[in-house]
Design a protein around this ligand. Structure first.
Ligand SMILES: [Cu+2]
Length: 475
């Protein structure tokens, strides 16, 4: 059906209870010039995709492609996105990492009703702060079926410290109709356990088990079928690394070049050089490298024997003869960076008081004898929300009792990662943090964004198997 923009928007507006964001409303009320508005349309639909190799299959897409189109705006602009749902089930868009007003957060059952087949929803909010984010569906298994894309908020004033920039989405694929929802065998860090647990997914109503991925693509293309990242000698190159994968952590190394980490989850860190960088599901890192080593190189994920190794991105210097790119070596002496090695670039003047705030333990369990995953023994849904007061300083204490890593993600807020090795006012800010097997990790945040916020493991299969709850910030 073809409809005019006016009637389309009217219909979209009519289908939802939309109001202006407070900042924008305030500007209008007081007659200040309104911020520029950037409009986008995203249609969720099934589409045939081919990653350059392997079978052509039906994925679930935004605008008929995987990943969805990059959305790029400037800090302070009003972003208006109309989602039209052509899928046979409810869909949504979540603005992963961006502290949007609660009703714009895109979590069916928590912040909105799922957008029903044939219907539309208008997402509208002020784009801030600048950073590297992901947009993705928060309904069912749609994240692993292809419903994601890059969301970039550029600084209001161009910093101009680099000469060239690439956005790289690291994707795990089940190259079958339906993507990650296709019935496949379980991948497991322990093959035996995978074997023991296979078959449980056959139970009606039981959550799906983590699938076996057979393709690791970058921006929807499998190596060697993706265009090399072209660089010129002497340039400073910025890479925005985003991990929308549903169940894969990558250790990345760029052959021939150390990388300097500048941001994690959109927030700045003190520049830190490393050979290898770990990036979990839902995490983003901005890195830079100086193109001072002409040739053809690979940015690759470490081979672990679990299937992660196939992710490769060629980097090609302009003017050099094309040849088989040199892969990274992943030698044992190479430095490996995780968020624990990083600190903020400058002391936070608004650094919260040294009192740790209310401590709320979050024990992460599951995986061995059950298809379910839990927080404090409870399986979402059917979990009482964690109620906090607006302005309250909250400390969540994760204790991973399981044998798998859990990238824990809090909606609506950045949090500080409590790092005893770093002064308190230099703790980095993130929105997703990996909690390794048997590890204890604490995060701290000021609950300043009212509403019910989803809080969960960003392994999609753990989330859908119960490892989630809701943090309700009472106004
Ligand atoms: Cu998990």
């Amino acid at each position: 059906m073809k409809i005019s923009r006016r009637s389309f928007l009217k219909k979209a507006l009519g289908a939802t209870a939309v109001s202006l964001t407070p900042a924008w409303a305030a500007r209008l009320c007081f007659g200040e010039p309104a911020a520029p508005v950037k409009e986008f349309r995203l249609s969720a639909s099934r589409a045939r995709v081919h990653l350059g190799e392997g079978p052509t299959f039906w994925a679930w897409t935004y605008n008929g492609r995987v990943p969805g189109p990059e959305i790029r705006v400037r800090e302070g602009e009003i972003i208006r996105v109309v989602l039209r749902n052509y899928l046979p089930e409810e869909a949504s868009i979540h603005w992963h990492g961006v502290p949007v007003p609660n009703r714009m957060d895109g979590v069916p059952g928590v912040t909105q009703n799922g957008v029903r087949p044939g219907e539309s929803f208008l997402y509208e909010f002020e784009a801030r702060p600048a950073g590297t984010y992901i947009y993705h569906s928060h309904a069912g298994y749609q994240l692993d079926q292809g419903l994601y894309g890059a969301f970039i908020i550029e600084p209001a004033k161009e910093s101009g410290s680099h000469d060239r920039e690439y956005t790289l989405l690291l994707e795990d694929w089940v190259m079958k109709d339906g993507g990650g929802r296709a019935r496949t065998r379980r991948r497991s860090p322990m093959g035996m356990m995978g074997g023991m647990m296979r078959g449980r997914s056959e139970q009606a109503g039981a959550p799906l088990l983590e699938p076996f991925y057979d393709g690791y693509s970058v921006n929807g293309r499998l190596y060697p079928h993706l265009e090399p990242l072209e660089v010129k000698q002497g340039e400073k190159v910025k890479l925005r690394l985003l991990n929308p994968s549903s169940a894969t952590i990558y250790d990345l190394q760029l052959a021939g070049h150390p990388m300097t980490v500048t941001h994690t989850d959109g927030r700045p860190v003190a520049p830190m050089q490393t050979d290898i960088l770990r990036i979990g599901m839902g995490e983003r890192y901005d890195v830079e490298f100086v193109a001072d080593n002409p040739g053809a190189w690979l940015l690759s994920a470490r081979e672990t024997g679990l299937g992660e190794g196939q992710l490769r991105i060629p980097v090609q210097y302009k003017g050099t003869r094309a040849h088989t790119p040199t892969p990274p070596d992943f030698l044992p002496g190479r430095s490996v960076a995780t968020c624990w090695d990083m600190q903020a670039p400058y002391p936070d003047p608004s650094s919260s008081p040294a009192t740790p705030g209310r401590f709320i333990p979050q024990t992460l369990s599951g995986g061995m004898h059950s298809p379910y995953w839990s927080i404090n023994g409870e399986i979402y849904p059917g979990v009482a929300p964690i109620r906090v007061s607006r302005g309250e300083q909250v400390r969540l204490g994760y204790w991973n009792h399981s044998m798998m890593p859990h990238p824990m993600h809090l909606h609506g807020h950045f949090f500080k990662v409590v790092n005893p090795a770093v002064p308190r006012d230099l703790w980095i800010q993130k929105d997703t943090v990996i909690v390794d097997p048997m590890q204890r990790v604490e995060i701290e945040f000021i609950a300043d964004n009212p509403g019910p916020w989803f809080h969960h493991c960003h392994n999609l299969y753990h989330m859908n198997a119960g490892m989630a709850n809701v943090v309700t910030v009472q106004a």
